[in-house]
Design a protein. Structure first.
Length: 464
């Protein structure tokens, strides 16, 4: 489908001015028109959810002319929504609420042409997300011995259907029966036999108390290493044993005796087991956003993606974003060593405790930025603007600060040994207790600066 990119971008620019209000209004409209969807968000941080909505919209609009980068991201987003409980019939409700919210915010600018452009865009987006969702839930070819994995996945899907069909009275069913062919059973037995032999070896080599201490850790490690199908089987077997042992007339026995309960247990175990894969998908989407914004100066989606990756502890080492506008970004404790950020705008950014060793920060705007305790060893900061920046306790060993604007900067307790300060403007800067020699400061402009010994620098007559 051919999209009217010009209309979409122009209309969205007007929305971006009130983006936070727009996102909140969308969810209000969604819950008012479709209250049945509200329970899906009962345990959701709505501020975070609104931010994700904006990220997705910005990502789409910024890449309308770059569909090859957008398609895999939308497919991945659709695949992720399988885990959130989204089903195809909800997509129409979301599109309806989005169109209503656009109409409310664009008002007289919401023309039939604009409405058609956005409707076409949402159709394309929905189609790609559904394609990704279909690929995620599509049954994989099952070899002998993997039938139980399919059974577990089927149980998960049935559980999700029940969660979204609350108006249908559930039928009481008998306990799930697990069937394994000869090859599958042999594989399970071999797996446990191998682990039992390892356990026996440990018992013979170590005191029993030490072995017992290691069991919980071994069980956890086994949970993450073992195939999903095996985890599903073991979960069902353990739960079935519990059901058999518990008195069927007791309250607990009645609660555990239904097939629905077993399905929920299996679904919960698989949900936990597959959490790392969902996290990988999220990281892939965030990196796709960053990559798609390469050579784009202003990208709100890139800022959010970098912040989200950093919050998850993902290394941003070697990030290539020269000339990017990253004003007010929060990358505290980020790993940005060897990053190429030449000419980027980090005005008022939070880079405290960040690792920027060997980074290319030439001509970067860092005025008012928080770089306290940051690692900037051997970094290139020549001709950068660091006026009024907080560099207290920062490590600037052997950094290139030639012709850098450091006027009014806070450099207390900073390490500047070996730094190139030729032509650097340190007028009004605070260098108290900074590790730097008089010789290294000799070629810098220091009028009004507080020197490492606490005195205020005043140029002599001969210096004038």
């Amino acid at each position: 489908m051919s999209l009217n990119v010009e209309i979409l971008q122009q209309s969205f620019e007007k929305i971006k001015l009130r983006s936070d209000e727009f996102a909140a209004s969308f969810y209000n409209n969604l819950f008012q028109t479709h209250p049945e969807l509200k329970p899906l968000f009962t345990k959701t941080d709505m501020k975070s959810q609104e931010k994700k909505l904006l990220t997705s919209l910005v990502l789409v609009v910024e890449n309308l002319r770059n569909p090859e980068a957008l398609e895999p991201v939308l497919k991945a987003l659709g695949a992720r929504h399988v885990g959130y409980g989204a089903i195809p019939k909800y997509y129409g409700s979301v599109v309806e609420a989005l169109l209503l919210t656009f109409e409310q915010y664009l008002q007289q600018d919401w023309t039939p042409e604009v409405k058609k452009a956005w409707l076409d865009a949402f159709k394309t987006i929905t189609a790609l997300m559904l394609k990704g969702e279909g690929e995620e839930s599509l049954p994989k070819p099952v070899q002998a011995g993997k039938k139980t994995e399919t059974l577990a996945k089927s149980a998960t899907l049935k559980t999700e259907d029940r969660l979204f069909q609350s108006t249908v009275k559930p039928e009481k069913k008998s306990l799930i029966s697990i069937q394994l062919d000869g090859e599958g059973l042999k594989k399970v037995i071999n797996y446990f036999a191998a682990n039992y032999q390892q356990f026996q070896t440990k018992v013979s080599e170590q005191p029993l108390s030490e072995v017992l201490k290691q069991i919980p850790k071994k069980l956890i490690d086994t949970f993450w290493i073992a195939p999903t199908w095996l985890v599903a089987i073991v979960s069902v077997v353990i739960f079935t044993v519990v059901v058999i042992v518990v008195d069927e007339n007791s309250l607990l026995g009645k609660a555990l005796g239904a097939a629905d309960t077993i399905s929920l247990v299996v679904a919960l175990v698989l949900f936990i087991k597959e959490a790392p894969d969902r996290r990988k998908q999220f990281h892939y989407q965030a990196w796709s956003t960053v990559d798609a914004a390469h050579n784009v100066k202003v990208s709100y989606a890139r800022i959010l993606a970098l912040q989200d990756l950093n919050e998850d502890g993902v290394s941003l080492r070697g990030l290539d974003a020269p000339g990017a506008e990253l004003v007010d970004i929060n990358l505290s404790h980020a790993t940005l060593s060897k990053a190429n950020l030449m000419g980027s705008d980090f005005t008022n950014a939070n880079l405290s405790y960040a690792n920027l060793d060997n980074a290319n920060l030439s001509q970067v705007k860092l005025s008012g930025a928080n770089l306290s305790y940051a690692k900037l060893g051997f970094s290139r900061l020549n001709q950068a603007n660091l006026s009024s920046a907080n560099l207290s306790s920062a490590n600037l060993i052997c950094a290139d600060l030639s012709h850098t604007n450091l006027s009014g900067a806070d450099l207390r307790d900073a390490s500047l040994s070996g730094a190139n300060l030729e032509g650097a403007y340190l007028t009004g800067a605070n260098l108290k207790n900074a590790k730097v020699s008089d010789d290294e400061l000799s070629n810098a402009f220091l009028e009004g600066a507080i020197m490492p010994n606490g005195s205020r620098y005043k140029s002599s007559v001969s210096d004038r």
